[in-house]
Design a protein around this ligand. Structure first.
Ligand code: HEM
Length: 399
């Protein structure tokens, strides 16, 4: 039984008509009430910033261990074949162990050690692209940068690295897709990609100085076991590239939509350090985070039934004017936006964010220093794979 004060939404937020431009739906979602019931998915949802933030902070009431998508990992009959991942789909104390291991790779010292390498690669890439003039912001710019860095950092074999991005996309969709049929399809397509990743994660197949080898060294030191090591390497392969790629694409897309912001950035390339946060607030590649209500509780004065899913539309929280005021619908690099929820919040807040921040800042600063003119040069093609939001084709002209 639903609480009587719970507004019911009948439309499908993940339907193609909504997903191609979810923002009008997000306004309806936020205005309908603090928390709503999505009839199609038998799940709760909120688009309000303060409530999503409160709930993400409270892993006891809103568990990850039953999956971070609509699939309920506790219901193997309805959602067969899904197993929890090693980090994001774990609650403490399991999560503590995994998190303590992985964050060792992302310390400030580690990041400082990468700076020169990233800067050299960014210079080289932007020069190459300027020589071409017309490029695809997805394929030539956003994809190329992390792809030339992250596989080497993890230390996976050169052969077959092309499998990484499709594996990552499929894994993210398998754990977060709202569509059961799509999850089944993904599971059946994923065989060869999984095999590549399983082989690439083996101790003997990793370079001796990469993150993968360091994770295996943690096994030798007794910090983690073999099974967790494999899961952590898989988490790096899954999470380490496509979100950053889409973050870069969405940044370029927003700069094209708000040309005065591009002018500001071009005049003051240091503003690039604020770009990722503003993009993650305004046009985030990850539009939702999902949890399961652990037991009967309440959020925003609405009673919630234990065992049901709850979707935090973080894409909607980034434009909630209750939080962001008049600037909610404006992309603006000069306003503080760091407390957006685009990297999650609470114990699962993105572990790889130091790397993502540094990659975007370095590449975009270099781009803004060298490029004066930026404009759209053809049709942008939307990714349209809920719950991710980005473009897989974004032709631009640069000079
Ligand atoms: C702009 C780029 C990125 C975005 C938008 C992003 C987004 C997110 C979000 C929203 C979460 C929380 C998921 C949840 O609570 O259910 C998360 C967690 C995570 N991210 Fe990222 N991410 C990015 C880059 C990266 C990179 C570069 C890495 C690693 C190389 C990474 C590794 C992780 C890991 C391991 C977690 C799980 C943390 C935990 O459960 O404790 N991410 N990310």
């Amino acid at each position: 039984m639903q609480s009587s004060s719970l507004p019911v939404i009948h439309e499908d937020p993940y339907g193609e008509d909504v997903w191609l431009n979810p923002y009008p739906f997000y306004t309806r979602l936020r205005d309908a009430g603090p928390v709503v019931y999505l009839e199609k998915y038998d799940a709760y949802a909120t688009g309000r910033y303060d409530l999503a933030r409160e709930a993400l902070l409270d892993w006891r009431r809103f568990t990850s261990a039953r999956g971070v998508g609509l699939a309920d990992l506790a219901d193997s009959e309805r959602w067969p074949g899904l197993k929890p991942s090693g980090l994001v789909e774990q609650d403490p104390p399991n999560h503590d162990v995994a998190r303590q291991a992985i964050i060792k790779l992302f310390t400030a010292k580690e990041m400082r050690g990468l700076q020169a390498r990233l800067t050299a690669r960014a210079e080289e890439l932007v020069d190459e692209l300027l020589a071409k003039g017309t490029i695809d912001a997805y394929e030539d710019f956003a994809y190329q940068f992390p792809f030339s860095i992250v596989p080497d950092l993890i230390g996976v074999p050169e052969d077959g690295r092309d499998s990484m991005l499709p594996f990552s996309s499929l894994s993210i969709q398998a754990s977060t897709s709202p569509h059961n049929e799509r999850i089944r399809e993904i599971m059946s397509e994923a065989g060869p990609l999984r095999e590549w990743v399983a082989n690439a994660s083996k101790r003997e197949n990793l370079t001796p100085d990469g993150w993968g080898a360091r994770i295996w060294a943690m096994v030798d030191e007794g910090d983690i076991d073999d099974e967790l090591a494999v899961k952590l390497i898989r988490a790096l392969i899954t999470a380490g590239m496509d979100t950053t790629i889409f973050g870069l694409v969405n940044t370029i897309h927003s700069l094209i939509d708000f040309p005065e912001q591009w002018e500001k950035l071009s005049a003051e390339p240091d503003l690039a350090k604020f770009a990722l946060d503003e993009t993650l607030r305004f046009e985030s590649p990850t539009q939702t985070i999902t949890r399961t209500v652990s037991e009967d509780t309440e959020l925003g004065g609405i009673k919630l039934t234990g065992g049901k899913k709850i979707i935090f539309f973080t894409g909607a929280t980034g434009r909630d004017d209750r939080k962001w005021g008049e600037r909610a619908e404006q992309y603006d690099l000069t306003q503080a936006s760091r407390d957006h929820l685009g990297l999650g919040f609470g114990i699962h807040q993105c572990a790889g964010q130091p790397l993502a921040r540094m990659e975007v800042q370095i590449l975009l600063t270099t781009f803004a220093k060298k490029v004066t003119n930026l404009k759209l040069a053809g049709e942008a093609v939307s990714l349209n794979t809920a719950p991710l939001r980005s473009w897989t084709q974004l032709p631009i002209e640069i000079s």
